[in-house]
Ligand binder design. Structure first.
Ligand code: PLP
Length: 359
């Protein structure tokens, strides 16, 4: 499947299709922090514009030191990338799996990276009746012939965070069966105090944790992500093999500045605690919607009304939401919306109430 159409944020494409101006569309399809990029970063970039006139440090020493400090781990465990996306592809290239398991539904780029490497893919279905959550059954599905398993915690698009003890059991089985376990924690910073799988890294060299700064710090256009693993041989080989300078100077600077911006981090958690509850309760009150309680900054739901194209109906209100028809395992009636500012959320709620009353 082509890249375009697989992600949120395809406002340009939609605007063209429906004859609308991009600036007139309120985009709920991309899960980006509505507080916008931190002021600390704006000021740092403005103050360091001349960085663009030099090549960045090819080893990104300061950036890697900041990421290691933030995660209280050795620098040899860290590899920064041009978004988590670059590292998904680099990891698959490093591990060279012949057979990999994907949980379905899940983020599209794992499949693209595995397909590009000619890897056989085993789909492990998540069921709506089980809230799209994995359970102990997954442990027995992890057979010796698998080389790699991707997990996404919290999962995109369902917004569900698997149970911690299950994640620990999965890590133990993968270790025992020598299955590389890649855990994508791109949205985990939205869960206050959640450490994710980082505390397990020292015990499991087959474990690779991916993080992204693009969503939480609202810098998808700047792009920054990183990989953590105690498999220092693999990390160092990836460092040696990568193309040079894939992270631009301002993204590298961002990594050095924003992780220490406690004020922004706390403001984000305050906004999300309030708006997660507000938007969830409002959507949940609509008849004909099955809504899953979100762990992160987006809400997933199933529209149970036949013959209602909710994306199209909301575009009449100049609001774009993400339909999930192109996710294997989901249908055109599954949708995902970002949690945005209080005012924008109210606009979405009002528009949805109107669609449901009119329809
Ligand atoms: C689950 C998941 N992982 C990774 C990414 C890619 O993040 P980045 O912008 O850091 O490349 C996305 C982007 O939507 C995502 O949803």
């Amino acid at each position: 499947m082509a890249k375009s159409g697989q992600h949120g944020g395809n406002v340009l494409e939609i605007a063209e299709k429906y004859g609308l101006n991009v600036s007139d569309i309120l985009d709920f399809s991309a899960n980006i922090n509505p507080l916008g990029m931190p002021d600390s970063l704006k000021q740092a970039i403005i103050g360091h514009l001349s960085l663009a006139e030099r090549y960045p440090d090819i080893e990104y020493r300061q950036l890697h030191a900041a990421l290691a400090r933030h995660n209280a781990c050795p620098q040899s465990w860290v590899l920064a990338g041009n978004g988590a996306t670059e590292l998904i592809f680099a990891l698959v290239q490093q591990i060279k799996p012949e057979k990999a398991m994907l949980l379905v539904p899940g983020f599209a780029e794992y499949r693209r990276a595995l397909e590009r490497a000619g890897c056989e893919i085993v789909n492990y279905p998540l069921f709506e009746e089980e809230d799209f959550q994995p359970n102990e059954r997954l442990l027995t599905a992890l057979t010796d012939d698998l080389d790699c398993l991707f997990l996404c915690t919290p999962n995109n698009p369902t917004g569900q965070q698997p149970d911690k003890s299950l994640l620990q059991a999965i890590a133990a089985v993968c270790h025992q069966k020598q299955i590389a376990l890649i855990v994508d924690e791109s949205f985990i910073d939205f869960l206050p105090h959640e450490t994710g799988m980082v505390p397990l890294l020292a015990d499991y060299p087959n474990l690779y944790v991916l993080r992204s700064l693009t969503k939480f710090f609202a810098i998808p256009g700047l792009r920054l992500g990183y990989l953590l693993s105690a498999n220092t041989a693999a990390v160092s080989q990836m460092r040696d093999y990568r193309e040079p300078w894939t992270i631009n100077a301002f993204a590298a600077l961002a990594g050095e500045v924003i992780l220490g911006d406690r004020e922004y981090i706390q403001a984000t958690h305050r906004w999300l605690a309030a708006e997660q509850r507000h938007l969830f309760n409002a959507l949940n009150a609509l008849p004909g919607l099955r809504v899953w309680r979100p762990a992160a900054n987006y809400i997933f739901f199933h529209c149970l009304r036949d013959n209602l194209d909710l994306q199209k109906a909301l575009l009449q209100h100049h609001i774009l939401i993400r339909h999930c028809a192109n996710y294997p395992g989901l249908t055109a009636n599954h949708y995902r919306v970002a949690i945005k500012s209080p005012e924008d959320n109210v606009r979405l709620i009002r528009a949805m109430q109107q669609v449901f009353t009119d329809g």
